[in-house]
Design a protein around this ligand. Sequence first.
Ligand code: SF4
Length: 190
Amino acid sequence: MTLKVGDIKQYLYCPRIIYYTYVAPVDRKVTPKMVYGKEEHIEFERLERRRTLRAYRLAEGERRFRTPLESPRLGLRGVLDMHVVTSLGCLPVEVKYTASRPGLNHKYQLVAYAMLLEDAYGKPVRHGYLYLIPSKNVYVVEITPNARAFVRRMLLQIADLIRRETFPPATRRAGRCVDCEYRRFCGDVV
Ligand code: SF4
């Protein structure tokens, strides 16, 4: 089966989301935050087309937006927000709508996109960027061998959860349940 890059982000946020997506699919509630985040992505793209690449500390490069990527080797696909093609290689950029610092789920989502870009271009990707809305802060993420191995482990764990149809325990971080769009299906969380 082919998993989506977003599955890694969701699995790290709470494995139950994978269960509700693949094993016992439920209607996902569209929250105002999701709608706003989508609008902000469109605005990011509009503004980014007019900006220099200074935020990424790049002197040259060509931006490409919303690129569909797929790797049969990894069993993974996704649509990357933006990447910059330079004479030295290409660099993924993921846009996140969050007021706090990027989470591990965001980091490994970016690593997964870097791995897809490597397959697409046949060149190693050494780092990528997380662009945070609304702060406009850009975080550099190194694409290390350990990070790649972690992503591959996550993909195996997600596939195993789906194959075994295991209902996972709730996330230990109860605060995540507060505005989770799947909350009404979890009877055991506050
Ligand atoms: S409500 Fe909590 S336990 Fe249920 S899916 Fe959401 S984050 Fe996970």
